[in-house]
Design a protein around this ligand. Structure first.
Ligand SMILES: *Cc1c(COP(=O)(O)O)cnc(C)c1O
Length: 376
């Protein structure tokens, strides 16, 4: 039997200029956590997202969430509302600050934070004597959350929103780009994201003071003095100028990467949608997803596992949907406002290989295997 190559869930996909900009960093000796690539990468993101946002690039998306929480005033014993159906990096930084995560379930249209449960959670937390300090809303798998509904709740209760767009660069709601909807938005450039700097992140805000605060905190909170003077505890979270070179190159191909990921989704959809067992998440009207990962819902845990193991057997990586945070051992003891939605998605859902560098032969191979499993 011929040996086939491994198909990854989502692997890095370099364009043509990344190495040019990395070489520039070497030639000019800007091998440091600042320099021209950092400035130009930030400008490229600002231009792409538009809406007069300011961007600070950082070492990781997790660092960006950490700084966002701190800038919005979250500190020890505060409560922070957080979408339960997400990757742990949305919630971990709440713990770094000694605050308490309060988990909120998702709704079915976008798989993101439910406005009804969010409002219920806020009212209940206030009734118990503490108003939450922030809302972490996520755009999972690239799908924007219910932008207007979450904004209305944020304004009515005066609680700021951290928009976790780690998976949603290139996604839109109406004519606004993801990353520009929250009080602070965050991006990730980890190796598996739609574009990557190997590791990296960014903090986004229309408020220039938030960008300034982020850079201040990310560079050990150094005060303005000729010597090193510090009035508060800082972090070392700035992005390397070498890695920002990769980011500059990746921004030049971002639109193309979104197109490829959406092509993958359409390919899977057209090939599998006629099976009554397989369901896809559709874009509600006005929503544009970058389709970072194509996800399917199966009728049961057993069928999902059967598909996953059959793919694995053929060296094809797929992955169950995120296990909700309120089900995680580490977060088990924190309050949650849930209705079973994310538990059901976790049980039945599978992320299919979705890289922008997949070939049609790869997609055919994956689809043939899935169809074989569905028709046995
Ligand atoms: C990847 C990711 C993050 C964190 O980003 P890192 O750059 O890996 O630290 C945060 N939230 C979500 C939803 C993510 O997928």
């Amino acid at each position: 039997m011929e040996t086939q190559t491994k198909i990854w869930l989502s692997s890095p996909h370099m364009g043509s200029n990344e190495q040019v900009y990395v070489d520039q960093a070497f030639r000019t000796n800007w091998v440091a956590p600042l320099g021209p690539n950092v400035d130009l990468f930030e400008e490229a993101i600002e231009t792409f997202i538009g809406n007069e946002v300011h961007v600070a690039t950082l070492s990781t998306g997790t660092a960006a969430i950490h700084l966002a929480l701190e800038i919005l005033g979250v500190s020890k014993d505060d409560e922070v509302l957080c979408q339960s159906f997400t990757f742990s990096a949305s919630a971990n930084p709440i713990m770094y600050l000694g605050a308490r995560p309060i988990f909120v379930d998702s709704e079915r249209d976008t798989w993101n934070i439910s406005p009804e449960l969010l409002e219920k959670a806020i009212n209940d937390r206030i009734a118990r004597g503490k108003k939450p300090k922030a809302i972490v809303a996520v755009q999972l798998y690239g799908m924007p959350y219910k932008i207007n509904e979450i904004r209305r709740i944020s304004q009515e209760y005066d609680i700021p929103v951290i928009e976790d767009s780690a998976e949603a660069l290139g996604s839109k709601y109406l004519d606004g780009n993801c990353g520009s909807f929250g009080d602070i938005g965050i991006l990730s450039f980890n190796g598996n994201k739609i574009i990557t700097t190997s590791g990296g992140g960014a903090l986004i805000s229309k408020n220039i003071n938030y960008k300034r605060a982020a850079i201040h905190l990310a560079t050990q909170a150094r005060d303005n003095a000729p010597h090193y003077q510090h009035s508060k505890v800082g972090y070392n979270y700035r992005m390397s100028n070498v890695l920002a070179g990769i980011g500059r190159g990746q921004m030049e191909v971002l639109e193309n990467r979104v197109e490829s990921r959406r092509f993958n989704f359409d390919f899977y959809y057209d090939s599998l949608n006629h099976f009554s067992e397989i369901e896809f998440l559709k874009e509600p009207s006005g929503y544009f997803s970058n389709r970072w990962l194509t996800c399917i819902l199966t009728p049961s845990f057993e069928i999902r596992e059967r598909l996953r193991l059959a793919l694995l057997e053929d060296d094809i990586e797929s992955r169950p949907l995120w296990k909700p945070m309120h089900m995680q051992p580490v977060f088990h003891s924190y309050p949650n406002y849930t209705d079973g939605t994310s538990e059901d998605l976790f049980e039945k859902g599978l992320c299919l290989p979705s890289g922008s560098n997949l070939t049609e032969e790869d997609l055919d191979r994956i689809i043939a295997l899935i169809i074989k499993e569905l028709t046995v």
